[in-house]
Design a protein around this ligand. Structure first.
Ligand SMILES: Cc1cc2nc3c(=O)[nH]c(=O)nc-3n(C[C@H](O)[C@H](O)[C@H](O)COP(=O)(O)OP(=O)(O)OC[C@H]3O[C@@H](n4cnc5c(N)ncnc54)[C@H](O)[C@@H]3O)c2cc1C
Length: 468
């Protein structure tokens, strides 16, 4: 039975980076807003089982690795001992603090959190079913779909608690597996594979393609794979997993060459399936507003608009499946609803892999420029020649700046090195202002910083790099 009815300017379904930022923005603009979230906490995939817990484990395992392998080199003797329970607790405590922070921001911006599963039941109507089974219907002038995504399962490989797991399972393994097989050499697989490798697991990454990290510039991906291999990760590329058999002593995977050929089996204690994520629209009632997702499950839109009074943002629609892209969508959709100018430049969404070293990029890869026949100039600077990197004994990697051959406009920047994820933003700002490589090259950079490598790479575009 439907209980109360409330009237809202905007009802958002989903409380992840898309949904919660949309709710906060709507509150800031004085719109009456509710956000329907079925999890027991706000923050969506990112805060609960994605970006944040994975970064907590990456940070902790990086320190563990440094304590074991780097400290002695600089004269610090320690005898580190791993307490995995405490590592998980520290991660969980951080996640709780972050999700509570979103609750606080909702209150501050007068956004209502309606707890339960939301279903669109017609134009301007969202039915919410709470965990206790009670149902209420919300009246909404605008409905924003921000229901996110879920891990894509692998045909023939059923998930099994503790043995065949997805990224969520890999964030809370109770013990370090002896042998971990990661299926998929994308960002999530390599980040979580790195965590367990550092903590002691033997890690094999099986990838269908003949390269790792599709979407990353090939030159960078090749260097990145070399680095991960040096760290002890092994790769089986051009290999297709077709089946899994789990028994008492682990899981046996059947693997065939992607190009065809005889199958082989490989064994691990734990298999992490990380082949990507797919949009989540289960039980959302899209049919009630005449919306059908595309073949891959994504909801199409025209400037976020899906149907009269229905909008979509974040992972459930097209574009990179990244928290900051969902956040950009969120502000743009609410600004549009409020009659302001909402815009996202999808060509300038940075990507970061938070391994050690990090890899970050923005704009176009060399592969894309070549395929499009764009005439470009390239500047490159290795961290082996950067004084800060040398002093810190962290010289793996380089910066590459790609600029238009005729106009010098920066077209792409690619960085592999510690803190690349922080350094990429000077490229983001330059590119969002339509800047040239010379703009970076003639900007004074503090010494000694890793960012000087970005400047040197920009100088190299015109051949006047000074420090290598
Ligand atoms: C392990 C991992 C690491 C990641 N690391 C990064 C990273 O470092 N950087 C980065 O940018 N991205 C990262 N991501 C991706 C990032 O988490 C997503 O891109 C981001 O969360 C998408 O935001 P969203 O709001 O679109 O969807 P989500 O965060 O998925 O949120 C959707 C929310 O909607 C709720 N929901 C769904 N249907 C309903 C319904 N019918 N009623 C009520 N609630 C509903 C869900 O419970 C969920 O909480 C990572 C993902 C994973 C899995």
């Amino acid at each position: 039975m439907a209980e109360a009815t409330a009237a809202y300017d905007v009802v958002i379904i989903g409380g992840g980076p898309g949904g919660y930022n949309a709710a906060i923005r709507a509150g800031q603009l004085g719109l009456k807003v509710a956000c329907v979230e079925m999890r027991s906490t706000l923050g969506g995939t990112c805060l609960n089982v994605g970006c944040m817990p994975s970064k907590a484990l990456l940070h902790a395992s990086e320190l563990w690795n440094a304590a074991n392998t780097e400290f002695a080199k600089i004269g610090i003797e320690v005898q580190p001992k791993l307490h995995l329970d405490q590592m998980h607790k520290a991660k969980d405590d951080s996640v709780t603090a972050l999700t509570k922070g979103i609750e606080f921001l909702f209150k501050k911006n007068k956004a209502d959190w309606i707890k339960g599963k939301g279903k669109i039941v017609g134009k301007g109507k969202v039915e919410v079913t709470a965990v206790d089974g009670s149902v209420q219907t919300l009246d909404a002038k605008n409905i924003v779909i921000a229901t996110g995504s879920e891990p894509t399962p692998l045909p023939g490989v059923a998930f099994e608690d503790g043995k065949v797991i997805d990224s969520t399972g890999a964030l809370s393994l109770p013990a370090v597996p002896k042998k971990l097989i990661v299926v998929g050499a994308g960002i999530i697989g390599l980040e979580l594979g790195s965590v367990w490798r550092r903590l002691g697991a033997e890690v094999t990454v099986v990838e269908f393609l003949d390269r790792i990290t599709p979407g990353m510039d090939t030159e960078v991906a090749t260097a990145f794979q070399r680095t991960l291999t040096k760290q002890g990760m092994s790769f089986k590329l051009g290999a297709k997993v077709t089946g899994a058999k789990s028994g008492k002593d682990g899981v046996e995977l059947t693997v065939e060459p992607s190009a065809g050929g005889p199958a082989e089996t490989i064994k691990g204690d734990v298999v992490l399936v990380a082949i990507g994520r797919r949009p989540y629209t289960n039980g959302l009632g899209l049919e009630s507003v005449g919306v059908t997702p595309d073949k891959r499950g994504f909801i199409d839109h025209d400037h976020f608009k899906v149907a009269d009074g229905v909008w979509v943002i974040g992972d459930v629609t097209h574009g990179p499946m990244l928290a900051h892209k969902a956040e950009e969508d969120a502000v743009a959709v609410i600004d549009t609803i409020a009659g302001k100018y909402g815009h996202v430049d999808y060509a300038l969404v940075p990507s970061v892999v938070y391994t050690f070293p990090e890899v970050a990029w923005i704009g176009q890869t060399e592969d894309q420029l070549k395929a499009a026949g764009v005439q470009y100039k390239k500047g490159k600077f290795p961290f082996t020649a950067n004084s800060r990197a040398k002093i810190n004994h962290e010289t793996d990697g380089f910066v590459k700046v790609l600029a238009d051959a005729a106009t010098d406009k920066v077209l792409g920047v690619h960085i592999m090195g510690p803190q690349a994820g922080e350094m990429i933003h000077e490229a983001a700002i330059t590119m969002s202002f339509g800047g040239a490589s010379e703009d970076i090259a003639r900007t004074c950079h503090a010494h000694p910083t890793r960012s000087e490598a970005v400047r040197q790479a920009a100088m190299d575009v015109e051949g006047w790099m000074m420090q290598a």
